[in-house]
Design a protein around this ligand. Structure first.
Ligand SMILES: [Zn+2]
Length: 264
């Protein structure tokens, strides 16, 4: 999609948002609002009561870089800090994977299998139907933007798969899974509590199979060891199809999972 690329380039250019810093606000009859960089969707100011110092944080899920400003720090100082780190900001923006919205023709890797979205809009339809047929996700919809429906479908698919795999792996070590949920977490791919309830980031559906399989093995291994001891890692490795590749993929590329379904 060449037009997308161009658009992103505009947003990514540091010059375009630095210009905003020198933007002269119009005359206000009241106290002017705090100047913000909000016009650039990739940079957002976050006032924090907890932060002790100025910081820049890349948030792959929100697809922005947060300029974190402690409560008592002047915005002028925050802007100077952002200026001083402009090279770093440019580098992060360049490395942020392009968004892949749920559009007709888009390709999503589902459980490691490239799957193309085939979306047909028809205002005469009574409801939206979604079906996975071979390597296509076929969507017939009366909604101009069926993104929400598509995401619900994918979440359910993820939940079914993660639950089935969790039960299967738990069976191998003679443990029981109490409950499986999926969430839209930012960096935590899975969790397991002392009552045997497992939770996964539904976006693991977009990860290569080995990475998803490793996360499930990891959480199921916690049913036996609620720590990260050597004994735990031994169980985790035994329950994984490809422990090494899965582990490294998720640690190095986890942010990739956040790009799907987001606005370009
Ligand atoms: Zn763990």
């Amino acid at each position: 999609m060449p037009s997308n690329k161009l658009k992103n380039k505009d947003f990514f250019s540091l010059a375009s948002w630095l210009n905003l810093l020198h933007f002269e606000p119009p005359e206000y009859t009241q106290e002017p609002p705090l100047p913000t960089l909000l016009d650039n969707k990739y940079i957002q100011i976050k006032r924090s009561t907890r932060a002790r110092r100025l910081a820049l944080r890349v948030d792959f899920k929100d697809r922005v870089i947060y300029l974190v400003v402690p409560k008592r720090t002047a915005l002028k100082k925050a802007y100077a800090f952002a200026h001083a780190n402009s090279d770093w900001i440019d580098e992060q923006l360049e490395n942020m994977p392009d968004a892949i919205p749920y559009e007709d023709g888009a390709v999503l890797p589902l459980f490691g299998q490239d799957t193309q979205l085939d979306i047909t809009y028809d205002s005469g339809l009574k409801r939206t139907t979604i079906a996975l047929i071979n390597n296509q996700l076929v969507i017939r919809t009366n909604k101009e933007d069926p993104s929400g429906r598509i995401e619900r479908f994918l979440r359910q698919m993820a939940k079914d798969k993660f639950a089935a795999l969790s039960h299967e792996k738990a069976g191998i070590i003679g443990k029981k899974v109490a409950h499986v949920t999926v969430r839209d977490t930012k960096t935590r791919w899975g969790s397991c509590d002392e009552n045997g309830r497992l939770s996964y980031c539904w976006r693991l559906i977009f990860a290569p199979y080995d990475a998803m399989d490793y996360i499930v093995a990891h959480e199921v291994a916690h049913l036996e060891h609620l720590d990260h001891s050597t004994a735990f890692w031994n169980v985790c490795r035994d329950l994984s199809d490809n422990y090494v590749d899965g582990y490294y993929w998720i640690h190095n590329n986890g942010c990739e999972l956040m790009r799907y379904g987001k606005a370009a």
